[in-house]
Design a protein around this ligand. Structure first.
Ligand SMILES: [Zn+2]
Length: 294
């Protein structure tokens, strides 16, 4: 094919694409978890882009000029809040964003960060508890309605259907974890991302890193965990899809336990993976945990 013809085709495609997207509400989401929730509630009225994509770490993200451009063209910006996106202020400033910002975690009961450097701060990982996710869904619905009142009926119906599915997943997980003896519900992961899941189903999560991935685990913390894992016979050891595995593997080796598999903590998988949506992520994590805990 001639080069000029290829260019012509590309231009035609780009044109068709922008026509298809025309009329859709342009939405930017900070990371994949809230991006998926917004797609579930927004349906085909919204065009959602995630700044921090599949398998990427939202704690240490650095916005690029393309992200600034994307946000400057958006009408809605959906973020988690609770201190997850430390890079937010710089980004919205340079993008001159004047649309509707939805802080998806607004109104959830937050947990304090455990130990380490973040002590006294908040734990941002509230998306791991389905009951808190119900609050996220309601907040996203209200934000979308504020930005696009004509879509109210659709946003309301899709939020209700999504909430019903999340509540069903919560009931399923609660029944499944209840069948595991409480003293066996102990899990080791890389960073402290599952306290909300743990609080919901009475599972004790241990981690060498605190609620953020931006600080290294201390040698003392690592040694403590090795002893604890031996003493309490913790068998459920998981790395996370978006964080460094080295410290976790070192602890597992020293404690003489196997690393089971991975959990999706702060990012979804890509479309081909087992956790491409929040629902798939939750189902996958719970099933994976149950295999090791039972
Ligand atoms: Zn995290």
């Amino acid at each position: 094919m001639k080069r000029s013809m290829q260019w012509g085709l590309a231009a035609l495609l780009a044109c068709a694409l922008s026509t298809a997207l025309a009329g859709k509400l342009p939405v930017v989401a900070s990371f994949s978890m809230v991006a998926d929730m917004t797609r579930q509630v927004g349906g085909d009225r919204v065009d959602v882009t995630a700044l921090v994509g599949a398998d990427q770490d939202a704690h240490v993200f650095q916005p690029a000029p393309a992200d600034v451009r994307r946000l400057s063209q958006a009408r809605v910006f959906v973020v988690n809040g609770l201190g997850l996106e430390g890079w937010l202020g710089r980004l919205t400033g340079s993008a001159g964003f004047k649309g509707v910002t939805i802080v998806a975690s607004r109104g959830v009961t937050s947990l304090k960060a455990s130990g380490g450097d973040e002590a006294g701060g908040l734990d941002p990982h509230a998306w791991q508890d389905p009951q808190r996710v119900l609050r996220y869904i309601a907040t996203i619905r209200d934000g979308l309605i504020a930005a696009d009142p004509d879509g109210r009926a659709g946003y309301t119906a899709r939020a209700a259907a999504f909430s019903a599915r999340v509540a069903a997943l919560d009931r399923w997980a609660a029944a499944a974890f209840a069948a595991v003896p409480p003293e066996r519900r102990k899990v080791l992961t890389s960073h402290d991302a599952f306290a909300y899941l743990g609080a919901r189903y009475q599972i004790r999560f241990l981690a060498p890193q605190g609620v953020s991935t931006d600080a290294e685990a201390s040698a003392r913390k690592v040694a403590e965990l090795v002893r604890q894992i031996r003493r309490e016979r913790v068998k459920a050891v998981y790395f996370e899809n978006m964080s460094d595995q080295r410290v976790l593997r070192q602890i597992a080796n020293e404690a003489g336990v196997a690393v089971n598999d991975k959990l999706y903590s702060d990012a979804l998988s890509d479309a081909r993976g087992p956790a491409a949506t929040w629902e798939a992520m939750f189902r996958y994590n719970v099933s994976t945990l149950l295999k090791a805990l039972k």
